[in-house]
Design a protein around this ligand. Structure first.
Ligand SMILES: Cc1cc2nc3c(=O)[nH]c(=O)nc-3n(C[C@H](O)[C@H](O)[C@H](O)COP(=O)(O)OP(=O)(O)OC[C@H]3O[C@@H](n4cnc5c(N)ncnc54)[C@H](O)[C@@H]3O)c2cc1C
Length: 387
C-alpha cells in the first residue's frame, strides 16, 4: 500500500508534532510516522511527569552547539510566549517552578492532548506503531515501514536522540543523515549524572541523598545550583548542567561554599583544630558531607597559610569523574546533525532539497530547565512554516 503526502514527518515527539501542526495549518497534507504506540512518550515522562515545557528566560546562551549562532533565528521566531499562548488557548493550568521553568499543574498529558488536538484541527494524519526502517531518495522520498510505503517530496526527520533506549530511542536519524551524506557532530550523553571511581567513590557513595548548593564548573562554564550525591556518583541540577560541557577524562571543579568564607570562623575559634574546622564547614554544608570532605582534605596544620589553602581547596575542589551514567540516564543527546548542513531559517539541508532535520537529532542541546523543549518547538515551527 502506498500513501502519498505533501510532507512526511518521522517521529511524533515534541519537534515532529509542532512541525506537523504548523505545516497542516498552511494547508499541507501531512503525515507523522511514529514507531511507538502513542505520541510524545518523552513529553509524558518529562519534568517528573509534569513537563517543563519551556523557560521564560530562554536565550541563545542556554544552548550548546558547535555553531553557537545557529539556533538564534528559530528561537527568535518561535518564542516561549508563542508556546504559552498555545497552552493558554487550551486552558492548561501551569506554574513557574523556579528560574523561569514552566510546568503543568496537572500532568504532562495535558501537553500531548493539546498537541494531538492541534494536529486534528490542522488535518494532520498520525500513523502509530509505524517504525520507519528505510528511506530511499529518487525524485521523491520513499519511506518504508513494515506495513506500508509512503511517498513525498518533503521529509522531516524528528526522530530524537539516543537517550533512554528503554523507551525506544534509536540512532535512526543519525544513520539516515550519514546515509544521505551529512556530517554528524560526535554525540554524547548530556544532562547526565557523573560516576565516581576509586577513592572518591569509596569516600562519598554512602552519603547518597545528601545535597548542597554549589558552583560546578567544567570547560569554562559554571552553574550555581544543587549538587546531589548518589550511590554511584554525583547528580543534581548543577552536575547535570556541566555534564553537557564535560568530555571523558576531564576534571570538574566544585565550589562548595559559593560566595562564603570558611577560614574566618576557624581563625576566630578558641582553638584552631579539626573540631573548629568541622563546625565551620557544617555551617555551610550538610553535616555528614562536611565531615567526610574534611576527613579527606584536613590541612597538615592550622597556620594562616594552611587555612588559606583549605579555603581555596573548598572553593576549587577538583574531581575527575570516572564517566557518566550514559544514555540510559541522560536527559538529552549532545551533538548530532551538524548545523553547517542546515539552513538556520528552515532547518532544510543544504545538500538534499526537501530534507529537514529538527529537534534533538540536530546539534543543538539546551540547558536543563525547559530549553530542550523550546528548541524542539522552535525548530519544528521553523521547518513547519516553510513547508
Ligand atoms: C527523563 C527525561 C525528562 C526530560 N524532561 C524535560 C523537561 O522537563 N523539559 C525539557 O525541555 N526537556 C526535557 N527532556 C528532553 C526532551 O524530552 C527532549 O529534548 C525532547 O523530547 C526532544 O524532542 P524531539 O521531538 O526532538 O525527540 P523525541 O521527543 O525523542 O521524539 C522522537 C520520536 O521519534 C520516534 N522515532 C524514533 N525512531 C523512529 C523510527 N525509526 N520510526 C518512527 N518513529 C521513530 C520516537 O519514538 C519518538 O516518539 C527530558 C528528557 C528525558 C529523557
Amino acid at each position: 500500500m502506498i500513501h502519498k503526502f505533501d510532507a512526511l514527518i518521522l517521529g511524533a515527539g515534541a519537534a515532529g508534532l509542532l512541525c506537523a501542526i504548523e505545516a497542516g495549518k498552511r494547508g499541507r497534507r501531512v503525515a507523522v510516522l511514529e514507531r511507538a504506540e502513542r505520541i510524545g512518550k518523552k513529553i509524558l515522562i518529562s519534568g517528573g511527569g509534569r513537563c517543563n515545557f519551556t523557560n521564560l528566560h530562554c536565550r541563545p546562551e542556554n544552548f550548546i552547539s558547535a555553531n553557537e549562532h545557529f539556533a538564534k533565528s528559530a528561537l527568535a521566531r518561535y518564542t516561549p510566549a508563542d508556546f504559552i499562548a498555545l497552552v493558554e488557548k487550551h486552558r492548561i493550568p501551569y506554574h513557574e517552578k523556579t528560574l523561569g521553568q514552566l510546568f503543568c499543574d496537572r500532568t504532562a498529558e495535558d501537553i500531548t492532548n493539546m498537541l494531538e488536538a492541534e494536529c486534528r484541527g490542522a488535518g494532520v494524519q498520525i500513523f502509530l506503531n509505524c517504525r520507519v526502517h528505510e528511506v530511499q531518495r529518487t525524485t521523491q522520498f520513499i519511506v518504508r515501514t513494515e506495513a506500508a510505503e509512503f511517498l513525498s517530496s518533503i521529509l522531516v526527520v524528528a526522530t530524537g536522540g539516543l537517550s533512554i533506549p528503554k523507551m525506544g530511542a534509536t540512532a535512526f536519524g543519525y544513520d539516515l543523515a550519514r546515509q544521505l551524506g551529512l556530517n554528524i557532530v560526535t554525540t554524547k550523553p548530556g544532562l547526565v549524572p557523573f560516576l565516581l571511581g576509586g577513592k572518591d567513590y569509596k569516600l562519598y557513595s554512602d552519603l547518597a541523598g545528601v545535597s548542597a548548593e554549589v558552583i560546578a564548573s567544567a570547560n569554562h562554564h559554571a552553574f550555581r545550583e544543587k549538587m546531589l550525591i548518589t550511590h554511584r556518583g554525583l547528580s543534581g541540577p548543577a552536575i547535570l548542567q556541566i555534564s553537557s560541557y564535560w568530555d571523558k577524562g576531564q576534571s570538574i571543579q566544585i565550589d562548595l561554599a559559593p560566595r562564603r568564607e570558611i577560614a574566618p570562623a576557624i581563625r576566630a575559634a578558641k582553638v584552631r583544630n579539626i573540631t573548629a574546622a568541622r563546625a565551620a564547614f557544617q555551617g555551610i554544608l550538610p553535616k555528614r558531607f562536611a565531615e567526610r570532605w574534611l576527613e579527606a582534605h584536613a590541612p597538615p596544620n592550622w597556620t594562616n597559610d594552611s587555612l588559606a589553602q583549605l579555603e581555596k581547596h573548598a572553593h576549587e575542589w577538583v574531581l575527575t569523574p570516572a564517566g557518566t551514567e550514559g544514555y540510559e540516564k541522560a536527559e538529552v543527546t549532545a551533538g548530532g546533525v551538524d548545523t553547517e548542513e542546515l539552513s538556520s531559517k528552515t532547518m532544510e539541508t543544504k545538500k538534499v532539497r526537501g530534507l529537514f532535520f529538527i529537534g534533538e537529532v540536530v546539534d543543538v542541546t539546551g540547558h536543563l530547565g525547559g530549553f530542550n523543549f523550546q528548541w524542539a518547538w522552535a525548530s519544528g515551527a521553523a521547518a513547519g512554516r516553510s513547508l
